[in-house]
Design a protein around this ligand. Structure first.
Ligand code: FAD
Length: 488
């Protein structure tokens, strides 16, 4: 009979929650240590003054990944929460009285494209056919078989045929087929989830366009946090222990093995340690000689953006907005270069506005609306109250102008979150929001490893390792690390 192992997991983000379930299912004693007072990592939720806010993710994409996760435990998503497909999936606002609503199926979206640019409907249909093939290969087939140990994981007859997709990029492909700047920005939007510019993202990732148009955008009954609660409920039923307000301060290594952890200055002896906290932070808890990656390694990496976030309560219902709204009133080029090449506070940023109370009325008091606004920004920017205020005024001004209503005097709740909070609350490198970008040179085996090369029983999961940023990859990451541990 296999001996039960004491497995500790640092952090309670989706990758940790997923790993915990898979390892507990194998009969191990699993304990999750979370430094904050609630579970979910960057996907925590808070409630204040009658408003409920998901703090991080809001786009529920790739529902199949979550269905597969629960089915591995003999469960279904619907055993835990109700999902609704949004229609329109989202609204893209280009200016005053100028917007495109993205419908809930590809045929209608093709028709909408055709209205904007003659011939683009047919081109989109072909583009989505290839994106769907890449989704089937990349997500349904390869993703679960790639713990990132060796380049050979990528090699198969099917992937060899796709080599061209790794040599070109999304921006080139989109611009070849579509001329209208609105269509281009709509098609380039999904790669933002991968954390890099479209020009720096291999064409293979066009499977995100299939995830967007082909599969659609979903919303669960009480917001994204339903998924956190469901995974925790499942974990508890398998015996996982979840401890909050438990900050891991030190990892103590003996004979190249993690021997114990210091958690809030108390010692815990373990057999295996997994960290779903930011990679660089985890290694900083080790003595220097046990760290695989030196400061220069991290400096050279392309990090996904940080974000300036606002959680806002309005004392009225807002008109002319949908659940998800992208304010794409200017070309992303300048904003992108101010994130990646020349990191400064953006001159004229694009932003995202979300109103969950449009779909889930319970997330705001009766007759009120809750708003979540996000501006992607470079990591490590100087973050002050004055700057936050400047951008908040900018957002409200633009929302008033583009949606034709007064908003400023209807604000009854406001909280912001930015670089300093990401660092303080999540020990995030540079205050990154979404981990390490999925560029060509940071894909699969080229990402930080899920198993330490220097400490035998130390593993990593989450958005800085494989497969990459986003909730579905985080859930897969937990499965990959658990699979590797079970195999070893
Ligand atoms: C604002 C925002 C919007 C997003 N939008 C979307 C979206 O719409 N759709 C989507 O799919 N993805 C989205 N993402 C990305 C997605 O949320 C993340 O990729 C995913 O949740 C990361 O999960 P993770 O497992 O890597 O861990 P994280 O969520 O990063 O969790 C790590 C945990 O480790 C804890 N920790 C750190 N140090 C210690 C320590 N020393 N001791 C104990 N605990 C520690 C932290 O407190 C944290 O809880 C968004 C992210 C953000 C921030």
């Amino acid at each position: 009979m296999k001996k039960k192992k004491n497995i500790f997991i640092i952090g309670s983000g989706f990758s940790s929650l997923s790993a915990a379930c898979y390892l507990a299912k194998e009969g191990n004693n699993v304990t999750v240590f979370e430094k904050n007072n609630s579970l979910g990592g960057r996907a925590r939720q808070f409630k204040e003054d009658g408003f409920t806010f998901d703090m991080g993710p809001s786009w529920y994409w790739m529902p199949g990944v979550f269905e597969k996760f629960f089915s591995d435990f003999g469960k279904k998503v619907s055993d835990y929460y109700k999902l609704k497909k949004l229609n329109p999936a989202y609204r893209v606002i280009f200016g005053k009285n100028s917007f495109v609503d993205i419908a809930d199926n590809p045929e209608k979206i093709c028709e909408e494209f055709e209205k904007i640019e003659l011939g683009s409907g047919k081109k989109l249909k072909n583009y989505l056919k290839i994106a769907e093939e890449n989704y089937k290969l990349g997500v349904e087939d390869m993703l679960y078989k790639m713990p990132g140990k060796s380049p050979f994981e990528l090699v198969s007859l099917k992937t060899i045929k796709k080599i061209g997709f790794f040599l070109s990029n999304i921006k080139k492909d989109v611009r070849k087929d579509f001329k209208d700047p609105r269509l281009r920005s709509i098609l380039e939007f999904p790669v933002l989830f991968l954390g890099a510019k479209a020009s720096n993202t291999p064409s293979f990732y066009n499977f995100m366009n299939f995830a967007d148009f082909g599969l659609g955008t979903f919303q669960s009954e009480n917001g994204f946090y339903d998924l956190v609660e469901a995974m925790v409920e499942l974990g508890k039923s398998l015996g996982v222990k979840y401890l909050t307000n438990q900050s891991v301060n030190k990892i103590i290594v003996q004979n190249k093995k993690v021997e114990k952890l210091l958690v809030n200055e108390k010692e815990f002896i373990c057999d295996i340690l997994i960290s779903g906290a930011d990679y660089n932070h985890t290694e900083s808890l080790l003595e220097e000689k046990h760290r695989q990656y030196k400061p220069n390694y991290w400096k050279r990496k392309v990090f996904a953006p940080s974000s300036l976030l606002f959680y806002v309560g309005f004392n009225k219902k807002l008109k002319n907005v949908k659940h998800h709204n992208l304010i794409f009133d200017t070309d992303f080029e300048m904003h992108a270069s101010e994130i990646y090449e020349n990191p400064i506070w953006p001159t004229d940023p694009l932003f995202y506005a979300n109103f969950t109370s449009k779909t889930n009325p319970k997330t705001a008091p009766n007759g009120y609306e809750n708003g979540f606004f996000l501006i992607p920004i470079a990591i490590n920017l100087s973050d002050t109250d004055e700057i936050r205020k400047k951008y908040f005024d900018f957002i409200i001004r633009k929302m008033e102008l583009y949606t034709g209503q007064k908003l400023k005097n209807s604000i009854v709740y406001k909280k912001s979150f930015c670089v300093n909070d990401f660092k303080k609350e999540y020990n995030s490198y540079g205050g990154n929001a979404y981990g390490l970008a999925n560029t060509l040179m940071q894909t699969a085996f080229l990402r930080p490893k899920i198993k330490s090369k220097l400490v035998k029983n130390l593993y990593f999961c989450g958005q800085l390792t494989v497969p990459g940023p986003g909730v579905p990859p985080a859930v897969v990451s937990g499965e990959l690390v658990a699979g590797l541990i079970n195999k070893n």
